[in-house]
Write a protein of this length. Structure first.
Length: 458
């Protein structure tokens, strides 16, 4: 609904049964009972107010990933929305006192998104302290798409040729139930789920927009695919099979934070948790009747392919690949710009903890204070693979491992996949909102096991 000053959405978080695997119903926790949640749409320059009601049996927190959001609406992990109904105790930890000094509400919370950011593929998901991973696993994730005039003026594929694809892995039991390693049991986990202290939790069934191994009928024309990795911990390396007879498989037009300055051709796309790559794929390069598989070079067996596109008919092409996309100002840190290092590494073996600068997340502690409007240089360093995410402020990659950033690091990023033993420097500027925000690993098991830190903007 639009009321003149804002676009308003109401979302009810509730248990639901949905058909994910053919012919069986799976219990999920869904935004509006959907898996994934409803796609919310926003327009640059328009305020969006999203009211969430919690009809689940556990506390929740809503975060808009990639949003330039006032702190009160950003979903700090202790800003809980308690269940609306009578409190039920469960082994997922509800019933105790909330951690730290959060802004705790019962039943409902309004989230205000000012809309002061360019067109981009954002997503919203749960962010409850210590329980983000299992709550997202049960279904609490959805797209939030921001559009603007710059994007509208480009001849990109649109309408049904603009397709958001939320990719995730899950595991199912014999009766179709979602399986996640019990929080108090050993991390060995049930069959079909692999979990250990290193990888986080991996499922053996890949889902796209909540469906396993789907096939999308496409016209022989160019499409825009908005690729989002909403998996807890799984990384992908996506390619097309067969490769197109001519031209690159993918032409990237946007990164996490919106349109690139100019398109970048790729023959494959790596996708770490929470990253977004928006790519153009020209199905017009294939003969009608071709089935094109989106493959995953990092998968094995059932996880080595994601979905299929079936080229079903000829079509008029009404898009082109523009030479220029959007004005992307380059962040140029001053010589004396503040510098900080965030080191992502496991605690001593056996503790099961993942740390930033040797510390566990503590919602009562502020790990850094930054000034609004400043450009800082942040160094991320890692022991293993860690998809590093910063709230509020998109960043630009200055270097990786001491070298120029690669072709996959272009544009505005909010999540950067660090490789084992790697460090990367990024330039980051903090938009208008004072308050406290997070930097964390977006491997959700690592996040829940403490790999998260707080920075304050002043
Ligand atoms: Cu996508 Cu702090 O999260
Ligand atoms: Cu985020
Ligand atoms: Cu990690």
């Amino acid at each position: 609904a639009r009321d003149g000053t804002a676009t308003r959405y109401t979302v009810v978080q509730r248990p639901a049964q949905v058909e994910i695997l053919p012919g069986v119903l799976t219990d999920v926790w869904g935004y509006d009972g959907l898996f994934p949640g409803p796609t919310l749409r926003a327009r640059r320059g328009e305020r969006v107010v999203v009211t969430h009601h919690n009809d689940l049996p556990v506390p929740t927190v809503v975060h808009l990933h990639g949003g330039h959001t006032p702190a009160a609406s950003d979903g700090f992990p202790t800003d809980l929305v308690l269940p609306a109904g009578p409190a039920a105790t469960s082994r997922t930890g509800h019933g105790g006192m909330p951690h730290g000094a959060g802004d705790v509400r019962r039943g409902t919370r309004e989230h205000v998104y000012p809309g002061d950011q360019p067109a981009a593929t954002l997503w919203y998901h749960d962010h409850r302290m210590d329980f983000t991973a299992p709550q997202v696993w049960r279904g609490l994730a959805g797209f939030h798409l921001v559009s603007d005039d710059v994007e509208d003026a480009l001849p990109l594929p649109h309408g049904e040729r603009d397709v958001p694809l939320m990719i995730m892995d899950r595991s199912f039991g014999a009766d179709g139930e979602l399986r996640y390693p019990s929080l108090d049991a050993s991390l060995a986990g049930p069959p079909g789920v692999s979990a250990d202290h290193t990888s986080g939790v991996l499922g053996d069934v890949l889902l796209v927009n909540g469906r396993p191994w789907p096939v999308l009928a496409v016209a022989a024309a160019r499409y825009r695919l908005r690729l989002l990795n909403a998996s807890n911990a799984r990384r992908y390396d996506l390619a097309l099979d067969p490769v197109p007879p001519q031209g690159p498989a993918f032409v990237q037009v946007a990164s996490d934070g919106g349109l690139l300055a100019a398109p970048v051709a790729h023959d494959h796309v790596p996708l770490a948790p929470a990253e977004r790559y928006e790519v153009l794929v020209d199905f017009g390069a294939y003969p009608v009747g071709t089935e094109v598989t989106l493959t995953n070079a990092l998968g094995t067996g059932p996880t080595d392919a994601v979905m299929r596109f079936r080229v079903v008919r000829r079509a008029r092409e009404d898009s082109t690949v523009p030479a220029r996309l959007a004005a992307v100002p380059t962040l140029r840190p001053r010589r004396d710009a503040p510098r900080r290092t965030w080191r992502f590494a496991r605690g001593r073996t056996g503790t099961g903890h993942w740390l930033i600068n040797d510390a566990l997340f503590d919602p009562a502690r502020t790990d850094a204070t930054v000034r609004l409007g400043d450009i800082e240089v942040w160094r991320f360093a890692s022991d293993l693979h860690h998809p590093v995410h910063v709230h509020l402020a998109p960043f630009q990659v200055l270097s990786r491992g001491g070298r120029d950033p690669g072709a996959f690091d272009v544009g505005w990023k909010d999540t950067l996949d660090l490789r084992p033993g790697e460090h990367a420097d990024v330039a980051v500027r903090f938009p208008a909102h004072p308050g406290r925000y997070l930097v964390h690993c977006h491997n959700l098991e690592h996040e829940d096991m403490g790999m998260m830190a707080t920075f304050a903007t002043v």
